[in-house]
Ligand binder design. Structure first.
Ligand code: M6R
Length: 365
């Protein structure tokens, strides 16, 4: 049931404050300012030298954000791979390692094959899944469930942000166990995670400004997305969403990679989405943005008020989000990224919930 929404995707975008609340309440104890990850006893993070992560599509991009978190908060290296590559690469996996698989459906063929490969090699298997009775959930040693509810739209929206919520909590849990996150830090970070549902409500309010951008965007044939740090995977996610929903060719790049090639693409017809909250690496991203502006690129800056004030006049359009704590940023910034793709597709008249050539669950390789 779509309720009052035109598409399942719109409904699922707007459900995010609620389902993020459900998911977070399972993984953080706000009253005691602690993370609590049911099932995490299965893994001793203090003994690990690395984590393996493998997934496909948007779930892979959630894993890419998690790599930044595990490395920063738990000082634990992450080897992440697209499942279709991982499964055939003959990666050495040793007994006692921890391998984590991320999947909304829990049925993705390549992710499942990667899981089985790691299992055969003696790894402990963890899975972040949305469907608890799925094959991936059944074959895992420990399941970290996302409480996103059924996701009907082919484009992953609420499953993605709930995956991020679970992964953030898991990274902090690992950090606590490894002694790299102090009690005081945990308290602040848990409060930051607890603020996410409320921030998501505020972030959804930028929908009107996004709708206004979507009409001109529906007439272009290429777009770029740029971000640094955890906003780099979001840039990839923005490009993936735009491609799958509106069939506009789009690419995401780490902002610092721009001058190593893609800047050659910039002209006055190229929209460039820059995802840059006013954080510790904001200045770096803005200098990349100025390089784009100097070559005539049409910039849409997605930032907060401070970021907007500090951006000079490089951006043609600015989408302003609430101020967010750094750990919450990838979750909150996912919302405008989803809405850009959604509204562009609506203007183009494509089949938003069931884009051409795509299936919700890819059970063949
Ligand atoms: O069910 P899964 O999370 O394993 O699916 C993985 C991808 O097929 C999926 O995220 C796909 O990329 C989405 N259509 C993206 O919106």
């Amino acid at each position: 049931d779509k309720g009052n929404y035109r598409h399942f995707m719109a409904k699922e975008i707007h459900e995010q404050p609620e389902v993020l609340g459900h998911t977070l309440s399972r993984y953080i104890d706000l009253g005691n300012s602690r993370v609590k990850v049911p099932g995490a006893e299965a893994v001793d993070f203090s003994k690990l030298n690395r984590i393996l992560i493998s997934a496909c599509g948007t779930a892979y991009l959630a894993g890419l954000v998690a790599k930044y978190w595990f490395e920063k908060y738990a000082r634990l290296p992450v080897d992440i791979d697209i499942a279709s590559e991982f499964r055939y690469r003959e990666t050495p996996v040793a007994k006692g390692e921890f391998a984590l698989f991320i999947s909304q459906s829990g049925e993705t063929a390549d992710t499942l094959a990667s899981l089985r490969y790691c299992k055969e090699n003696g790894a402990t298997i963890g899975a972040v899944v949305n469907v608890p009775e799925s094959t991936i959930a059944r074959e895992s040693d420990v399941v970290f469930q996302t409480i996103a509810g059924p996701e009907i739209g082919v484009a992953s929206t609420k499953a993605f942000t709930c995956q991020l919520a679970v992964l953030a909590a898991l990274a902090l849990h690992a950090g606590r166990q490894r002694g790299t996150v102090s009690e005081a830090q945990e308290k602040d970070l848990v409060a930051a995670l607890g603020s996410i549902p409320g921030l998501a409500v505020q972030a959804l309010k930028c929908e009107t400004s996004i709708e206004a951008l979507a009409l001109p965007l529906s007439r272009v044939s290429n777009a770029l997305y740029l971000g640094r740090g955890t906003n780099f995977p979001l840039a990839l996610e923005g490009a993936l969403k735009l491609k799958e929903l509106s069939y506009i060719h789009a690419e995401g790049y780490a902002a610092g990679e721009l001058k190593h090639g893609p800047i050659a693409l910039i002209d006055e017809n190229m929209p460039v989405f820059v995802i840059a909250p006013h954080d510790s690496i904001y200045e770096k991203t803005v200098s990349n943005m100025q390089e784009v502006a100097a070559r005539g690129g049409r910039i849409v800056l997605i930032t907060d008020q401070k970021g907007a004030d500090a951006s000079g006049n490089a951006a043609q359009n600015t989408v302003i989000l609430p101020d967010v704590p750094e750990i919450a940023a990838p979750i909150i910034y996912a919302l405008p990224v989803q809405m850009i793709a959604y509204h562009t597709a609506v203007f183009m008249g494509t089949d938003v919930d069931q884009p051409r050539n795509l299936a919700k669950s890819v059970t063949v390789e």
